[in-house]
Each structure stands twice: as structure tokens, then as C-alpha cells.
Design a protein around this ligand. Structure first.
Ligand code: AMP
Ligand code: GLY
Length: 429
């Protein structure tokens, strides 16, 4: 193992959402930090770090930034640069090969970048997941026959990244067959040239996060996000409209099953496959009849889950990251506060479809809760909306009820034209 670069570190975070603002906020508390940069960032990160206006998919520009600012640690927020190989690229460049990169190589990123690969991985390592069948154009007929073996609704998943839109859940068999054909013929471009058909599982969803060096790991607190745009979990899917942590229905018996049957086997699988993995794994779980199943893997932190988890973590994040590279990650004891954490997303009118931009945001200085920026920018010295999800407000409380009251008291003090938020995050508890 190479000696670690000397801290304090110059750190670069890649991304521009509330997850990256939350990471920046947390990393700023580390005594291992020298300078903090975010690329491209948003108005929130501009306030606490230095934004660098580059495209995260332009790996050469990322390399040049690392060289110019003597970056020793790179934290990659979103999946796209990871799946497209940012880690592979930078570790093969002489100028950046010693930078500590918190993101797996493209081989490990297949956990998210190829659903068929992930399903085969789960099968091989006996990780509980829904029954499935992989279909390509050549096997369409077989796929349609296979669908008949499932009870409706039918779950169709594009194999590759499809900006969070690649999963269809369809009630009618003939409609499902039609959609399967559309998908295989390019509905989601190359991403759906292969489709995973899956048995529909009924139950409660929950997100788990681990930080692993590909052999050992630490487990972060669990969270639950609220994906639908409408109250009572109705309407279109979004990136997430709010989240809570901890999750009331996760008890110790379930936790044990999740650790033993899912987390442990996942990391064992990576090790056995000789995959060099240094970063987060986000395990999307569905709990059905008190048994946990993996619905999906992501190779990054969740958004908005990060915005409820990090405020509960007292542990120094840079110290954790450093331990990924010295073989000691499993010895790190996470210091988690027992409080309930909740966040609510303020979105632009129209999201998750076409949305408005450029609206002035007011009231940000009037609230005591944490506010993480997502789609915001600065125009004429004012903070304006610049995305579908605009702001994420977080509050803690000794009970979920108390946290809810705080977050909703505060989010009302923020305003921009046609601001929308769900007023029922955490409603079922
Ligand atoms: P994914 O992108 O794989 O997380 O899927 C998006 C959403 O579809 C999940 O959050 C679940 O709500 C739902 N979903 C995916 N797979 C299944 C399944 N096998 N059974 C039931 N719901 C599912
Ligand atoms: N909140 C779900 C995700 O980050 O994919």
C-alpha cells in the first residue's frame, strides 16, 4: 500500500446537488481539511467552498483541476461519472494516480450501471432479491412467455442508467409486452437494449448505505426516502421529495438479516470477484413479510437520504475516507446521534416534468434549520432557482414528531414563485 498523502487535504467534491452541499457542509467540519472545492456546485456550495465550473463528465478537466489545486482527495457524488469510469481514468494518469478517490472503478460501478450484472451478482452470492429474467431483442418471445409466469403488476427495468426513469411497473400483460418491445427498440436508448423482468415484491422500502474498501466496511444509519411527487405517495416518481432517518420499521431482527444476508455477502462478492471498490454502496431494500430483498444497488450516496444521514453523524468524514486507504475502515466506530432526522425538498412547479427556473428565493436567512441547496444559482447577487429540486431543509428532533414540526415550521418561511413541497414526509409514522 502506498503511503497516504499528508493531511490536511485539499478536497474536491464532484456534483451539484443537495447531496454534494451536505457532503461539503460535513467535510468542512473536519480538522483534516485544508481547502474545499466543488465542481460544478451550486449557490449553496459557493457560500462555503470554492466552486469550479467544469463538467464532471469531462475527465480531462477534472484531472487539470486536481493538478491545479493540488487536490489529494476526490469525492464523486453522482453515478454518471462513476459508471463512465472517472476513477479508472484518473488512476491511470501519472499526474493524478496518487489522489485518493472515493468512488469505485467502472468494474464495481456495474452494480448500478448494469442491472442484469447486478442480478447475476446477487444470484451468485445468494443475496436475496426478486426473481428475474434477462431479455434482449433476440429473446423477446421467451421474455413475453416468462412474463406470464409472474402475477401482475409486471416490473420492467432498463439494464443501464436511464436518469432514474428506467423502471416501469405495469398492470396489464399486453401493455407490459408492448412496453418491453419499445424498451428493447430504444425507448431508453442503449440503456434498454437489455431489459430485466422482475417479480413484483410488495412491502416497505428502505435505503442502506455502507462505506467499503472492497473487503471491510462500515454501515451508515438507514434512511427512507419518499419518491413520489404527490402527497400520500401518489403521482410521478421523482429523485426523492424528502427522507427520514432512522426508519421506524427497521428493528434489530431485520437489521441482523440485512447485515448478514445482504451487506456481508455483497462485500464478500466484491472481494471474491477481485473488484477494487473504494466508496459507498447504497442498497435499496424492500422488506416483504419481514424479509429484506435488494431492489437495487447504487454506487454512491442517495439524494435526499444523505441530507438526513450526515446531520446524524458526528464522525469525521475525511478520517473515514482516509481509512479506506490504510486498511482500517472496519475499525472506525461511527458516532451516530440517536435523534430523528427529517428533510423536505422544495421543488419548482412542474417537476419532475418541465419546470420553471430563475425564480428569486426569499427567506433563507430567517430559518434555524439546515438548508442544503440543490438546483440554485446566483444571478445579479441574488439566489435563484435553477433546477427541479431546489432546496432541501433538514431538522433534527428527539422524536420524529418534533423533527417534523421543526422542518415544516421552517420550510414555510422560505419562498419562491410556485414553490412546491410535500407536506406529509414521515406521514405513516
Ligand atoms: P429502482 O430504480 O430499481 O430503484 O426502481 C424504482 C422503484 O420501482 C423502486 O423504488 C420501487 O419502488 C419499485 N420497484 C423496483 N423493483 C421492484 C420490485 N421488484 N417489486 C416492487 N417494486 C419495485
Ligand atoms: N433517493 C434515491 C436516489 O438517490 O437514487
Amino acid at each position: 500500500m502506498n503511503p497516504l498523502p499528508l493531511c490536511p487535504y485539499n478536497v474536491l467534491i464532484i456534483g451539484s446537488g443537495a447531496r454534494e452541499h451536505a457532503l461539503a457542509w460535513k467535510i468542512l467540519q473536519s480538522n483534516r481539511l485544508n481547502r474545499l472545492y466543488v465542481a460544478p456546485g451550486n449557490a449553496g456550495t459557493a457560500n462555503i467552498a470554492t466552486n469550479i465550473s467544469i463538467n464532471p463528465l469531462d475527465f480531462e478537466a477534472v484531472k487539470n483541476t486536481i493538478v491545479q489545486h493540488q487536490i489529494k482527495m476526490l469525492v464523486v457524488g453522482p453515478e454518471e461519472p462513476i459508471v463512465k469510469g472517472i476513477t479508472d481514468y484518473l488512476t491511470h494518469q501519472p499526474e493524478t494516480k496518487d489522489c485518493l478517490i472515493i468512488a469505485p472503478t467502472s468494474e464495481g460501478a456495474k452494480l448500478e450501471g448494469s442491472k442484469s450484472w447486478a442480478k447475476q451478482f446477487m444470484l451468485k452470492y445468494n443475496i436475496p432479491t426478486a426473481k428475474y429474467h434477462i431479455v434482449t431483442k433476440e429473446t423477446l418471445k421467451e421474455g413475453k412467455e416468462f412474463l406470464k409466469t409472474f402475477q401482475p403488476p409486471y416490473v420492467l427495468k432498463a439494464d443501464g442508467l436511464a436518469a432514474g426513469k428506467g423502471v416501469l411497473i405495469i398492470h396489464d400483460y399486453h401493455e407490459a409486452c408492448k412496453e418491453l418491445e419499445y424498451m428493447l427498440h430504444g425507448k431508453f436508448g442503449k440503456a434498454s437494449e437489455t431489459v430485466v423482468l422482475e417479480q413484483f415484491l410488495k412491502g416497505l422500502e428502505c435505503s442502506y448505505f455502507i462505506l467499503t474498501d472492497g473487503e471491510k466496511y462500515v454501515i451508515l444509519p438507514e434512511a427512507k426516502d419518499y419518491k413520489r411527487i404527490g402527497e400520500g405517495d401518489t403521482g410521478l416518481n421523482t429523485g426523492g421529495m424528502g427522507a427520514i432517518s432512522p426508519v421506524p420499521f427497521i428493528n434489530n431482527e431485520l437489521r441482523k438479516k440485512i447485515y448478514n444476508h445482504i451487506v456481508h455477502r455483497t462485500v464478500y462478492g466484491l472481494l471474491h470477484e477481485k473488484i477494487n471498490y473504494k466508496g459507498f454502496i447504497f442498497i435499496g431494500l424492500l422488506i416483504s413479510n419481514n424479509e429484506p430483498y435488494v431492489i437495487e444497488y447504487n454506487v454512491r450516496l442517495g439524494d435526499p437520504e444523505t441530507e438526513v444521514i450526515l446531520p446524524r453523524m458526528k464522525t469525521d468524514l475525511l478520517e473515514l475516507f482516509e481509512n479506506l486507504f490504510n486498511g482500517n475502515i472496519h475499525k472506525c466506530k461511527l458516532d451516530i446521534i440517536p435523534d430523528h432526522s427529517i428533510c423536505v425538498v422544495a421543488a419548482s412547479k412542474g417537476y419532475p416534468l418541465e419546470y420553471e427556473k430563475g425564480k428569486t428565493i426569499n427567506g433563507l436567512n430567517d430559518i434555524s434549520s439546515l438548508v442544503f441547496h440543490a438546483g440554485t444559482s446566483i444571478k445579479d447577487n441574488q439566489i435563484v432557482t435553477n433546477g427541479g429540486r431546489v432546496l432541501v431543509v433538514n431538522a433534527l428532533g428527539s422524536t420524529l414528531k418534533e423533527a417534523k414540526k421543526r422542518v415544516y415550521d421552517d420550510i414555510q418561511k422560505i419562498s419562491f414563485e410556485n414553490m412546491y413541497y410535500r407536506s406529509d414526509i414521515g406521514f405513516e409514522f
